[in-house]
Write a protein that binds this ligand. Structure first.
Ligand code: AP5
Length: 190
């Protein structure tokens, strides 16, 4: 499950957890960034989640690989949904959140892109006072949405997994989560 910062993926995933519970469905959400952050801390590098993308690429790559291993180890019965990114804006350029090495470990059955209108994403970034976010221009957000789609297309070819695009328009987080739940249910039943 991916989406650019501020699109609301964590919000939708919180709704998804509630829906799964109501339907007695065994579903676990894991946040890739949180696991990476824990791994970096274990490696002696304490930082907040927004500082991770500013680290040198080798540090990020190491944490990314270890996080993918950790998620792979946690896979058991039930559905695992990974809250992550198609790409990360590092200081040296756009870097894949799901390069082939990670995709091989995660082996996803479904790739999800959460999308919303650029003006709504900009508004959510401004309104989220809990997190340190860069002020993003609308054109930058539009570029990021396009880059996500392109990266998702490449990942779809590599994995053979379908890509589901889900809209998270204002006030529709429950519907977005319900849509995702229905797709997961179909895949699990197949
Ligand atoms: P991550 O934890 O994913 O941070 P993020 O992208 O900033 O995600 P957020 O959870 O803050 O934003 P969100 O889009 O989920 O929006 P939210 O639901 O909060 O990643 C952190 C870091 O980890 C990355 O920067 C990277 O360094 C690293 N990382 C992660 N995966 C990686 C990978 N694979 N490889 C390498 N590094 C990786 O919502 C935002 C606001 O909008 C909230 O106020 C919310 O209430 C509001 N809102 C949401 N939906 C709606 C709606 N429908 N209507 C009205 N308001 C809404």
């Amino acid at each position: 499950m991916t989406g650019i910062p501020g699109v609301g993926k964590t919000t939708v995933l919180n709704e998804l957890k509630d829906i799964a519970k109501q339907n007695h469905t065994n579903l676990t959400v894991l946040n890739f960034g949180t696991i990476m952050n824990e791994i970096l801390r274990e490696l002696g590098k304490q930082m907040n989640r927004d500082e991770m993308r500013e680290q040198d690429l080798e540090t990020q790559r190491k944490a990314q690989d270890l996080a993918a291993n950790e998620i792979n180890n946690r896979a058991g019965q039930g559905t695992i949904v990974v809250d992550t990114h198609m790409f990360v804006k590092t200081t040296v350029g756009m870097w894949a959140g799901l390069p082939q090495s990670v995709l091989q470990r995660l082996s996803p059955r479904l790739l999800v892109l959460i999308e919303a209108n650029p003006e709504h994403i900009a508004g959510r970034r401004r309104g989220d006072a809990d997190r340190k976010r860069e002020a993003a221009m609308m054109s930058e957000i539009m570029f990021d949405l396009e880059w996500s789609r392109s990266t998702a297309a490449a990942s779809a070819v590599t994995t053979g997994a379908p890509v589901k695009v889900i809209r998270n328009d204002p006030g529709t987080q429950k519907q977005a989560a319900q849509e995702l739940f229905e797709v997961i249910r179909k895949l699990v039943a197949a």
